[in-house]
Design a binder for this molecule. Structure first.
Ligand code: 15L
Length: 273
């Protein structure tokens, strides 16, 4: 966790959705430092609030619950929804219907900034020998990536029609350490995730900006030139793990689609029926 001065508090009430998910759990204690009140939500009960928190239970497909969730909120960090390839019905409920409910609630409640956990799987069918900027056409690698593409388009619509600003974070692989060679390119430390979310919340003008969520890795497939106004500066790098990752995974099969495409294992997952 980063050390912050008291002046780090910039919001009255922030909402964190998906607070019990992998990245929600990481962000929950970190975001408390940036607001007077952190409202945390999940589809299942989160138990008692920590100091400085409000806890709410809301399934994203429940329109009325999501409308109540956004009442009195300055900005949203939207980590909720389905975060891997899953049966279509779950993706439809959490990411498509849920995304619509969230933006409709933002419009009705006057919330003006959303930081949206999109995913690198929006462009997962580009090859690992290509370097993409954030304006290339989407090439989702599955139904999950497709739902994140919908989320980004939803964000664009709500900015163009109603002026609600979003930073869509195409998050790579945010884990304690890179697990394999692919993650030498896609890895983002949890401290860099915090830096990215805070920069996205506080940049003065963002419209709808797309930015890849990665650390300062030597191997990279993504170029954030078009998002430099966000002011995100990663301070960590997968490079410190390179030797051990390469020792663990000495060979890469060039004929394996999961090695060829940026989406890795996601390019062959599902559908599930
Ligand atoms: C994602 O979008 C997932 O949420 C996460 O679990 C990782 O698998 C990540 O992508 C990745 O591409 O490594």
């Amino acid at each position: 966790m980063l050390s912050k001065p008291a002046s780090a508090i910039r919001f009255n009430r922030l909402l964190l959705t998906g607070a019990a998910g992998n990245l929600g759990r990481e962000l929950r204690p970190r975001l408390r430092a940036y607001c007077e009140v952190l409202r945390v939500s999940h589809r299942s009960d989160l138990g008692s609030p920590e100091a400085g928190e409000e806890v709410m239970t809301a399934a994203l497909e429940d329109k009325a619950a999501v409308l109540a969730l956004l009442e009195g909120v300055d900005a949203v960090v939207h980590m909720g929804g389905v975060s891997t390839e899953q049966p279509w019905e779950d993706i439809l409920a959490g990411n498509i219907v849920g995304g619509y409910n969230l933006y409709e609630a933002a419009r009705k409640q006057g919330v003006k900034r959303i930081v949206f956990a999109s995913s690198n799987h929006v462009t997962g069918f580009y090859r690992q020998d290509e370097v993409l900027d954030t304006h290339v056409p989407m090439r989702p690698d599955g139904f999950y990536g497709l739902s994140k593409a919908f989320g980004e388009n939803l964000a664009q619509l709500y900015f163009d029609r109603w002026g609600i600003e979003t930073v869509s974070l195409r998050i790579g692989s945010s884990f304690p350490e890179p697990a394999d060679r692919r993650m030498l390119a896609t890895w983002m430390s949890h401290d860099d995730l915090e830096r990215l979310v805070v920069a996205s919340l506080t940049a003065p003008i963002v419209g709808h900006t797309v930015i890849y969520g990665m650390s300062d890795n030597s191997t990279t497939w993504w170029d954030n030139t078009h998002a430099r106004h966000i002011g995100y500066r990663p301070l960590d790098s997968s490079d410190v793990f390179r030797d051990q990752v390469e020792a663990r995974q000495q060979r890469v099969d060039r004929n394996d689609p999961t090695a060829l495409y940026q989406g890795g294992g996601f390019v062959t997952k599902g559908p599930f029926d």
